[in-house]
Design a protein around this ligand. Structure first.
Ligand code: HEC
Ligand code: HEC
Ligand code: HEC
Ligand code: HEC
Ligand code: HEC
Length: 404
């Protein structure tokens, strides 16, 4: 009996110790301001959403994780592991969108806390209580975290998982906020618009959508329901599959005496530009003629359409005062914008010498970076970033009747 008592007391003590330590962890979590809560703390119960997010550009948006952003950040702002960085005497605006937790603390050393390097993490979105808009009454812009109001104590969500009026989140206080979480408002603080320090527009996905009229909720395309859950992969330019969904490309060919008259029709199926986003995203089309041995006998472009077939190049061009091409941070003017506008259809016409062509193939390619910028990303681990991705293909066979 005595033995049993000891054993029971020992286990009771263990259980009590375990309980109090886990209660303490929960309490500690509750005391911590929500913006410092790591995505890892959501992982245990939201495994699938966590792994989708982890592979997304939102989880990889900081200068220490995204090589492209990192390269620009280092050039324009400085070392992302240094504290107290300033740009024109001000806290670097980049962090308001690319590293929201650090921005809320006014810190620039992204290695100081693991959450600073989590980029646009769960709580960066799931604490938004209000979208104030990106235009200040005084005329300037407020961007990223500055465009929102946040809760530091209560998680915000769409409210669709509330199983009843008394539903409570098992770990955190929570509020249903469908005005934010069922609309584009949750995205616009960071995706509406951005200008460089010379007031030249860089990214303007929000503005593009506004100009296309109609209601175009970002969530319906970018956060679809997959297997019954809202998908958090947030695919964009880094996924050729996603990019290919935006473009419809068809081709028709009329055979004349000595030429093949080709019309390639390109339709942007999206309510924003194609391609949208970062100013160096670009699409180009190449038309190739093959003989019956499968050899290339004609091509619309010998080097790159940016050089020798500009009508087949869909890009945003930025320049300096002299009108020479300039990178986004230094640009003082827009030289041109040949991206497809929302829902625009454009035709590319070619008159191809007949030769021995039996097949014509048009291929549309997408690039994250413009050709001159690719040289800066020559390391083997950056191969994905500099490889042109096929996003659409269209073929016509040429009737050989009547030919020798
Ligand atoms: C102890 C388990 C647990 C942890 C940890 C957890 N959650 Fe949840 N959460 C749930 C459950 C259960 C639901 C109900 C719906 C479901 O099963 O997805 C839920 C629902 C939600 C919802 C939907 C609420 C709505 O308005 O519909 C959001 C948003 C959410 N959690 C965010 C988070 C975030 C962000 C974290 C980390 C900071 C987190 N959760 C951590 C268990 C958890
Ligand atoms: C706190 C700011 C913030 C919010 C809020 C936000 N984003 Fe983002 N988003 C970013 C940043 C920063 C990147 C770029 C990361 C990079 O490439 O370095 C990004 C990347 C993306 C990409 C991927 C682009 C690519 O290159 O593949 C898509 C798509 C996207 N966001 C859509 C959305 C949508 C839709 C919403 C609303 C549900 C949203 N974002 C909310 C900051 C934000
Ligand atoms: C870019 C902003 C953003 C980020 C980052 C984000 N979420 Fe969400 N999340 C949303 C939006 C918006 C919805 C609601 C979409 C809807 O209902 O159409 C949502 C819905 C949810 C839901 C409800 C899912 C359902 O099927 O109804 C859960 C749970 C959730 N998020 C958890 C998380 C967790 C955990 C993380 C981090 C690993 C995270 N979210 C990161 C914007 C975000
Ligand atoms: C009809 C579906 C659809 C809607 C609605 C939509 N998008 Fe997209 N979005 C796409 C597709 C497809 C792509 C890939 C092609 C491209 O980059 O233009 C894309 C690309 C993007 C990218 C990637 C840019 C980059 O640099 O890689 C961002 C960011 C983005 N969208 C944000 C938004 C935001 C913000 C909204 C709402 C205001 C929105 N989208 C509405 C389908 C949509
Ligand atoms: C208003 C929010 C916002 C601010 C401020 C901002 N960015 Fe971004 N940035 C984004 C978003 C959103 C994307 C990705 C989607 C897109 O291209 O629109 C992005 C993408 C990028 C990319 C391309 C990343 C890639 O993977 O190809 C670079 C480079 C970049 N930003 C650099 C910067 C630098 C440097 C600063 C500060 C001088 C800055 N950004 C400020 C929102 C912002």
């Amino acid at each position: 009996m005595l033995d049993m008592n000891h054993v029971t007391r020992f286990y009771t003590l263990l259980i009590l110790l375990f309980l109090s330590s886990s209660i303490n962890t929960v309490l500690a979590q509750k005391k911590e301001p929500l913006h410092l809560v790591s995505a890892k703390e959501c992982k245990a119960c939201h495994e699938e959403i966590y792994s989708q997010w982890k592979g997304s550009m939102h989880a990889n948006s900081t200068a220490l994780k995204d090589p492209i952003h990192g390269a620009f950040y280092k050039a324009v702002i400085g070392n992302p592991k240094e504290e107290g960085l300033k740009k024109k005497d001000k806290y670097p605006v980049c962090l308001q969108c690319h590293a929201p937790a650090a921005a809320k603390d006014g810190k620039t050393n992204l290695a100081a806390l693991p959450v600073y390097n989590e980029g646009v993490n769960c709580v960066a979105c799931h604490t938004i209580t209000k979208f104030k808009g990106t235009k200040k009454a005084s005329g300037g812009l407020r961007l990223g975290t500055k465009a929102y109001e946040f809760s530091e104590s209560s998680l915000q969500g769409p409210g669709t998982n509330h199983s009843g009026p008394d539903w409570e989140h098992p770990l955190f206080e929570n509020s249903a906020n469908p005005d934010i979480f069922k609309t584009s408002a949750v995205c616009m603080g960071c995706h509406d618009q951005r200008k460089n320090s010379n007031k030249v527009a860089l990214c303007q996905t929000g503005g593009e959508i506004a100009s296309s009229g109609g209601s175009n909720n970002c969530l319906s395309c970018h956060m679809p329901v997959v297997n019954g859950k809202v998908d958090h992969s947030l695919l964009g330019g880094h996924s050729a599959k996603m990019v290919s969904k935006g473009l419809l490309m068809t081709m028709s060919t009329v055979t004349r005496n000595n030429t093949l008259d080709v019309s390639i029709k390109l339709t942007n199926q999206l309510p924003h530009n194609f391609p949208t986003g970062a100013p160096f995203r670009n699409v180009y089309v190449r038309l190739t003629g093959y003989d019956k041995e499968g050899q290339v006998v004609w091509s619309s472009s010998q080097s790159h359409p940016a050089q020798d077939d500009k009508k087949a190049m869909f890009m945003y061009s930025l320049g300096d005062k002299e009108g020479k091409p300039a990178p986004p941070p230094k640009a003082t003017q827009v030289l041109g914008d040949t991206r497809l506008k929302p829902h625009e259809t454009r035709k590319l016409l070619y008159s191809v010498p007949k030769m021995k062509i039996i097949k014509l193939r048009a291929v549309a390619y997408y690039d994250l970076l413009l050709p001159p910028m690719k040289k800066k990303f020559s390391k083997p681990e950056h191969k994905e970033l500099v490889t042109s991705k096929i996003i659409a293909v269209s073929e016509n066979s040429i009737d050989l009747v009547g030919r020798k």
